[in-house]
Design a protein around this ligand. Structure first.
Ligand SMILES: N[C@@H](CCC(=O)N[C@@H](CS)C(=O)NCC(=O)O)C(=O)O
Length: 216
């Protein structure tokens, strides 16, 4: 079995681990699965060979024994179910962990992505000054219930799961905005995720490609 994922030839974040191949690398590391990485340029991502793997011309993709997947939620879910990692055995606990995986992607990530767009891609627009605080409030509206649910626990529902992996990955994208620091419970939760040896291996692997020193 050979697993191959795709990643940016040169990530726009310069190796901060925010590109979505990091969450897939993390899941593979948690599952103890070796993998290869094929790097793609922005141009190659939109060309037929890559579009055959990913209809929207994005990274990451995942190939394994003739199976081709895109969408990090589907990829992490596949790694968890097919390779017996990151999900509890108990039926109900498993369903709840999967629920958190969906919640991370469908409920928490959208306003965070909206904020990234408002701050970075549209930050120079005349209306950005009014829009950014509105979107920030939408993000806080998602984070407050998450704090309430997490309480004093280390993870969202029992042991660390695919749901936590995705939630931490999604919350990490908030760090550049400073909003994560307004929520010490979540900042600590994210730090616990980052402290996991599997995350550190995943982070180091993407950094080796993306650190500015790798692209003099
Ligand atoms: N919902 C997708 C989003 C994939 C995505 O947005 N990938 C980014 C990198 S993190 C990308 O390829 N951006 C370049 C582009 O869209 O052209 C997933 O979770 O896999």
């Amino acid at each position: 079995m050979t697993i191959t994922i795709t990643a940016f030839e040169r990530s726009p974040d310069g190796g901060k681990g925010l590109a979505r191949d990091t969450r897939v690398r993390w899941a593979l590391e948690e599952a103890g699965l070796p993998y290869d990485v094929r790097l793609v340029s922005f141009r190659a991502m939109k060309e037929p060979a890559h579009l055959a793997l990913h209809p929207f011309g994005q990274i990451p993709t995942y190939e394994e024994d003739g199976l081709v997947l895109f969408e990090t939620g589907a990829i992490v879910f596949h790694i968890a179910t097919h390779h017996g990692a990151l999900l509890p055995r108990d039926d109900h606990a498993r369903a709840r962990a999967i629920t958190w995986l969906f919640a991370a992607l469908n409920t928490v990530e959208p306003p965070i992505l909206e904020l990234v767009t408002a701050r970075i891609f549209e930050g120079d627009k005349p209306w950005a000054k009014e829009r950014v605080p509105l979107v920030e409030e939408r993000v806080r509206d998602r984070l407050n219930p998450l704090v309430a649910r997490l309480g004093d626990a280390d993870w969202l529902d029992g042991d660390f799961s695919a749901g936590d992996l995705m939630m931490v990955s999604v919350l990490l994208r908030l760090r550049p905005s400073g909003i994560l620091d307004e929520f010490p419970t979540l900042a600590a939760y994210v730090a616990r995720g980052e402290a996991r040896p599997a995350y550190q291996r995943a982070f180091a692997a993407q950094l080796a490609i993306n650190a500015p020193a790798a692209h003099p």
